[in-house]
Ligand binder design. Sequence first.
Ligand code: NAP
Length: 262
Amino acid sequence: METAPTSIPPRPRAALVFGVANDHSLAWFIARALAAEGVRVGLSYGDERLERRVRPLAESIDSPLVIRCDVSNEAALAETFAAADTALGPRLDMLVHSVAFATREDLTSPFSETSRNGFGRALDVSAYSLLALVRHAGPRLGPGSSVLTLTYLGAERVVSGYKVMGPAKAALESCVRGLAEELGPRGVRVNAVSAGPVRTLAAAGVPGFRTLLDGHAERAPLRRNVTGEEVAAAACFLLSDRASAVTGEILHVDGGYNILGV
Ligand code: NAP
């Protein structure tokens, strides 16, 4: 008697997304889009006051993990990845870093008056944390895994009001290239989306954000602002096998704003 060929169902892909504060967060748009593609998505948030906002979002996408993690705290990172092992399994197909921080004082003072501590904190939370996430993820990232972070034009050009976040994002973009070179031989890709301005909690902390948003819509080649969904679509592309030959890339999703000169 012939037996039917057995086929092993494909393992659902697993993603861990850092930086969900609320339903406006770019991390949330990305998490929701990944979940819609059948990815099992674990969510991490930074501040305990946000839990009541994040839990219902997690439930709406059947997220198997919702965990608070301060990305500047090594013990919290270790706990988060241990929890991910239980909730998502031992392999991470996708790791999303959507985290940034600068003190209000440093965002409102003249750039040259950025405090030494504030500069260090902004670079630690906004840039170094990408290295920390990858280090803690360790062998959970294997051939075909993909890491993604979010950056902004202020890394490359002077954007008035972006202050210390400019050097923080420049460092982040440099980390993307360094990690892409290091992890490439393991088959792990590392990329960034450089998003145009989108109204979120973090964006609200940038002085003059409203003016930035209006100016962008007026001058960008597409003559409009970008949406969270559009940022997420590009992020999902970079995270997916469709971008299997893309690494170390900073993909601008900004309606073309970055190409403009005078
Ligand atoms: P958001 O919703 O406020 O997300 C920023 C996230 O960073 C929050 O969830 C915040 O959590 C988290 N965070 C800050 N410090 C943290 C820490 N120590 N540990 C863990 N998490 C921490 O704003 P967003 O605009 O979506 O920002 C996401 C990323 O996109 C950032 O890297 C931002 O620079 C980038 N980006 C945004 C825009 C834009 O216009 N919105 C454009 C380009 C790039 P807590 O609030 O709980 O601390």
